[in-house]
Design a protein around this ligand. Sequence first.
Ligand SMILES: Nc1c(C(=O)O)ncn1[C@@H]1O[C@H](COP(=O)(O)O)[C@@H](O)[C@H]1O
Length: 172
Amino acid sequence: MSVRVGLVMGSDSDWPVMEEAAKALEEFGVGYEADVVSAHRMPQDMIAWGAAAAGRGLQVVVAGAGGAAHLPGMLASVTPLPVIGVPVPLRHLDGMDSLLSIVQMPAGVPVATVSIGGARNAGLLAVRILAAADADLRARMVQFQDSLRQTAYDKGSALRARTRRGGVGFGA
Ligand SMILES: Nc1c(C(=O)O)ncn1[C@@H]1O[C@H](COP(=O)(O)O)[C@@H](O)[C@H]1O
C-alpha cells in the first residue's frame, strides 16, 4: 500500500488524540506514515520534513499539536500539499490555545483546521481530499455516508418509539 498521508504531531504525547486520524485512514485502506515533527523543538528537521513531503509521494499532511501549535502552519508554509491541522487539547486552556494558533493563518497559507481533538474528522477529510481524484475511494466514502444516514434513521425511529410521538420518520 502506498503511503499517501503524512500524519505528524509535535510530541508522542499527542498520539492518544491523533490515533483517531490513523484509525480513520485505516478504515479506508489509505496508507500513512506517523512521526513526531516539532517546529519548536526541531525546527530545521521540521522544515526539511515539510519541504520533502510532496517529493516523497505524500499527498496530504495531517498535523496535530497542542498549546502554541505552530507545527501545522509552519508545514503549510513549506509544502504545496493540503495541510489539515488538529488542535490537541492539553491540561491548561482546554485546547483553545491550540485551536487559535492553528486556525488564524495569514492569507495565502491555508490550514484546514478541524475541531479541538477532532482527529477522526482530520482523517476523514484527508480521505475526501484523496477521493476527489480516486473513484474507488470516493465510492467507499459514499458508502460510509450512507451508513451514517442509516444510523441517524435508526436513532430517529428508536426515539419515536420511545416517546410514542410520531415525527416525519425519515428513511425506510
Ligand atoms: N505545539 C507543539 C510543537 C510545535 O508546534 O512545533 N511542538 C510540540 N508541541 C506540543 O507540545 C505539547 C507538549 O509536548 P510534550 O508532551 O512532549 O511536553 C504537545 O501537545 C506538542 O504537540
